[in-house]
Design a protein around this ligand. Sequence first.
Ligand code: BG6
Length: 476
Amino acid sequence: MERHLFVIFGATGDLTKRKLLPALYHLIAEQDHGICVVLGVARSELDDEDFRKMAREALADAGYDADRASAWCDDRLHYQRVASGEDDTALAARIARIEADHDLPGNRVFYLALPPSAFGPTVEALGEVGLVDAPGWVRLVVEKPFGRDLDSARDLNTLVHRVFAEEEVYRIDHYLGKETVQNLLTFRFANTTFESLWNRDRIDQVQITVAESRPVGGRGGYYEQAGAVRDMVQNHLTQVLTLVAMEAPSAFDPVAIRNEKVKVLDSISPIDPGDVVLGQYVTGSLDGQHVAGYRDEEKVDDDSTTPTYAALRLRIENWRWQGVPFLIRTGKALPRRVTQVAVRFKQAPVAFFESMNQPSDLHSDVLLITLQPDEGFELRIDVKKPGERLRLETIPLHFEYGAQFGHIPDAYETLLADVIAGDQTLFVRADEVEASWRLYQPLLDEPPHLEFYAAGSWGPDDADRLLGNGRTWITR
Ligand code: BG6
């Protein structure tokens, strides 16, 4: 890895403490990913020593050895306060000084761990004070949300492109950093068995579930402005969908892979409002505990119509997927946390065994890919039950990541390693982010009627209607 300066804007925030510092420390200090000096930038009046103390605490919370972590913090961490436009020149001078002191060649990562309203002004300031004209390479990392609709995403892309080339921009969707999400491509394109079945001839429907048991809690202020479509559907669920549905790329490189993902987005038909169910949780209970309704959360309007649940039926009109519904759903305050892709295969053409099993059960083989937690695969097939004349039982063929490989790295570690290596594969390209907003914009403009569901339930019953006759939502 090339020597570089890693500048974090928003250095005192939660993301920096919980994710960025532990991931950088693990990559750089423990896995020897080269020389990286970190400069934290924020409004708070801290000095280097305060920032190092904050980092030491964050690393201890993440379970790292205090002595080793302490030495790394002392050697590699710096802090610069910026409070107004004028301070940007001071920032530029500080960066030049740190690079000289650490003998860095002028390679710079600028990581915006900031609220969205600060993205634009920070990018402009970087351009104005000349920090982008570095002697080495520069890379801009932008956290989500990238815009709050199609127009704002376009405007932000235009602004970013005034200062950075697209090849220098890394838009984060942390789902792409999850090992199991990346493995979707390996699974599909390294194993011909399933790939040969991966089409409208063999697949009945694909379900993608990102369920969260946590209610919105203290994030009401943010969530009121977002809702399930902006917060989860437009980004995380759509990213998973593109990886499940895309064609094999011409090469395993960022351009070819992202081209194929954009093609999937461009092939999705405009969403029919009848194919959408939006919901909001009301008081209920989860694991025996009372859970307050969304409208009772802090900073949430008493009459809020913000959806905390969304289920959609999408149609990909291309050669491979014509006629195969992609059902995606996500929600807060659901019975448990699980992210899964369930691929339901078509039934046998003649139901020889149906009468001997349960006639009401439309049996299909199901491939269940669990992305988190309990990462793994399960193929559900029927076998004959021993001893009984042609009685069938559905059994799982099961593989668990943890049992095979042990620890799975955190998504941020993977993403930061890729930023440092200059690999954009796992980051969302400008046209991709716009294609995704374009798809959901009509839903944001005219949201369908809101249903209510009890916290601790699987969401509005109406979502079952999207599945089609005899089919149920599949979760393990
Ligand atoms: C974030 C959303 O992007 O993803 C949160 O803003 C959500 O609302 C989170 O809880 C889910 O991420 P993970 O990695 O816990 O599935």
